[in-house]
Design a protein around this ligand. Structure first.
Ligand code: ATP
Ligand code: MG
Ligand code: ZN
Length: 630
């Protein structure tokens, strides 16, 4: 195993970074990772969403191919994105190809021929393809001739059942280290807590691999979590306030739990003048692909989606990710929110959650056919997320600490910006638990949250008369608490395990072992003060709104602005001709740098970030023409 970087390899990697990708410098740990892999080491790479994992295998692939070591196989579950990913590499002059079910027989055969002749540098394939006998025999042939250079396993959390996106096909990838023991392997992922990480190492046999764990922080993302009231209205207000300008609205993703909700919300957004599209696994594959393509290729589209959408999406200018339902766990939440602000400019992660979300998620766990052990892990993960939602301190500190990283309050989350008022819910919690206890004693059966709250608040209802529950000694002793306050207390009690929701019995509430300590007043229950108006709705009118602040990331004036706009219009045309998203041709930041420099010659274009040798050759003259005629 290599311990230090070979200087020749290092400079080769740097040359590739500059010439092929047009970037001056490696980001964060990229260089260490790339050195390690170029030298033939195995690696486990954990880097946040948008951190630049692709280059970590693309650069070694090119360096090693140039050194005569052969082909890199990229394992990726992202069939719908392979076309664009490979297209982006072609734009940079890299020989890349993909094999998946979207290719015709002839197209696939052509790729296979080029593969066996060693004409490809990077081959993208889905895991189910890799483990077919046909593909394995092709790999055997390459291996025998010393032409298998590297396996890059992207989205490696898919191998773990503890991850949020388990794909059984990933399990079969053990064949890679068993059959091609000498070929280096790297696994890459953006989200893996300690459990998932350990599972990846074990499943993919990466015990001896170099581990590269970067900071998980995404400082440009502002986290806001609000309590659900009328969530559609809350969402509309959020987008209007933070992400709309007279010129239009930002691109964003809205995650929902159910397909039905996705459809409804997309329609409601459209009715309210937003450009929204639905995306979920129940839609026809062609429709899904079309919606994804439109999201990537057009500006200002809001994608309403289930979690089926988003993995691997490299659209740089997604300005917000909203969750109208609470996801399963922090890993999912963090990966989904991480799709915002990949360009580094200000972006929002906004989530609304409520008691019903907690109940639903618990029910899904309880009703799943999985083992007890599995359920317990899932419950623990859900509780961690609920803890984040209920937190009264810095969200980012909580998020990062979940991934094992210590930090200090960030100043860029709702709790830092507007510290919530806190109230002591210990008394309310005791009264709730003792009501549940007494009702159970009196009636011999359990009841749901609504009924328990009615008793405590001394409300009269048919159900209360029917069961004679006005006789319960706690009837009306919690009249001073609002229903909203009590819901908050119930959520908190469920989160800490002092109450269980029995999904098999109409979501009734059950006491647990840990209820006792709360009943005795030994566990303080501190809660965010529920405000009458929309909670955590910071008034952010004017130029300081994050939407406009983000747009101001590109601040051009006069001639430069004119050139920038002309370049963008030209880019749209090129992207359409090549059937690729605009940002694959050039990022906004690259166009802005060109516009500012006002180049008159090809030499003056050199050294602009994102402008590699191939793009300079292909587009340089056109870019100059557009600039001078703007
Ligand atoms: N050294 C660098 N200099 C400039 N830009 C870079 C550099 N490395 C990566 N980038 C850019 O950062 C963006 C994000 O990179 P990439 O798609 O590899 O993210 P990722 O880590 O795979 O994220 P995800 O987990 O969401 O897939 C890309 O547009 C890429 O061009
Ligand atoms: Mg990626
Ligand atoms: Zn904070």
């Amino acid at each position: 195993m290599p311990t230090s970087a070979a200087p020749t390899a290092l400079s080769a990697a740097h040359t590739v970074l500059r010439e092929v990708f047009g970037y001056e410098q490696f980001r964060g740990p990229q260089q260490a990772i790339i050195d390690h892999v170029v030298d033939g080491g195995d690696a486990l790479v954990l880097m946040p969403t948008g951190g630049g994992k692709s280059l970590c295998y693309q650069v070694p692939a090119i360096v090693r191919q140039r050194a005569g070591l052969g082909i890199t196989i990229v394992v990726s579950p992202l069939i719908a994105l392979m076309h664009d990913q490979v297209g982006a590499l072609h734009e940079s002059g890299v020989e890349a190809a993909f094999l998946n079910s979207t290719l015709s027989y002839d197209e696939a055969s052509d790729v296979e021929r080029r593969l066996l002749r060693g004409e490809i540098t990077l081959l993208y394939a889905a895991p189910e393809r890799i483990t077919t006998p046909r593909f394995l025999s092709q790999l055997d042939s390459l291996h025998e001739r010393g032409m298998l250079s590297l396996f890059a396993i992207d989205e490696a959390h898919c191998v773990s059942q503890w991850g949020h996106d388990f794909r059984p096909e990933y399990r079969a990838l053990t064949v890679l280290h068993e059959r091609y023991a000498g070929v280096p392997r790297m696994a890459l992922t953006a989200t893996a807590d300690a459990t998932t990480r350990a599972d990846i190492v074990e499943r993919l046999q990466l015990q001896d691999a170099g581990q590269f764990v970067s900071s998980f922080d995404r400082p440009n993302i502002r986290y806001t979590i609000v309590e659900k009231k009328e969530v559609t209205q809350q969402l509309l207000r959020f987008i209007e306030r933070e992400h709309s300008t007279p010129q239009g609205h930002d691109a964003g993703v809205v995650y929902c739990q159910s397909r039905k909700r996705v459809e409804e919300l997309a329609q409601t957004l459209c009715e309210n003048g937003f450009n929204a599209l639905p995306y979920h696994a129940g839609l026809d594959a062609a429709v899904r692909q079309q919606h994804q393509d439109r999201f990537l290729r057009e500006e200002g589209i809001i994608m309403c989606a289930t979690i089926a959408f988003g993995m691997g999406i490299d659209k740089p200018d997604v300005r917000f990710v909203a969750h109208v339902d609470m996801p399963k766990n922090i890993e999912g939440y963090y990966q989904e929110t991480g799709r915002a602000g990949r360009d580094g400019a200000a972006a929002n992660a906004w989530m609304a959650y409520g008691l019903q979300d907690v109940v639903n998620q618990r029910r899904m766990i309880d009703e799943s056919p999985a083992s007890e052990e599995f359920k317990q892990v899932m419950v623990g993960k859900l509780d961690a997320l609920l803890g984040l939602a209920e937190a009264i301190d810095c969200r980012r500190v909580r998020l990062l600490s979940y991934f094992g990283q210590a930090s200090t309050p960030c100043g860029n989350c709702d709790n830092c910006l507007t510290p919530p008022a806190v109230w002591d819910g210990t008394d309310a919690a005791r009264k709730l638990l003792s009501t549940i206890y007494r009702v159970q004693q009196a009636s011999g059966i359990s009841f749901g949250a609504g009924h328990i709250m009615d008793i405590l608040r001394g409300k009269t209802s048919d159900k209360i008369s029917q069961f004679g529950h006005q006789q319960i000694s706690t009837f009306g002793i919690g009249a001073e608490f609002s229903e909203q306050q009590l819901r908050g207390v119930l959520r908190q009690l469920i989160a800490i395990g002092a109450l269980a929701v029995d999904a098999q019995a109409f979501n009734t509430l059950q006491l647990t072992e840990s209820s006792r300590a709360v009943l005795r007043g030994e566990v303080p229950i501190l809660l965010r003060q529920a405000t009458a108006s929309a909670p955590a709705s910071r008034s952010k009118r004017g130029a300081s709104g994050s939407g406009s602040a983000a747009k101001a990331a590109i601040a051009l004036e006069g001639g430069a602005l004119r050139r920038f706009e002309s370049l963008k219009a030209w880019r749209t045309e090129v992207a359409r001709e090549h059937n690729l998203p605009a940002y694959v041709i050039f990022h906004d930041a690259t166009l802005a740098a060109i516009a500012e420099r006002q180049p008159a010659t090809l030499e003056e274009l050199q050294g602009i970030s994102g402008l590699g040798a191939r793009k300079l050759e292909a587009y340089g003259a056109e870019v100059l023409r557009v600039c001078t005629s703007a």
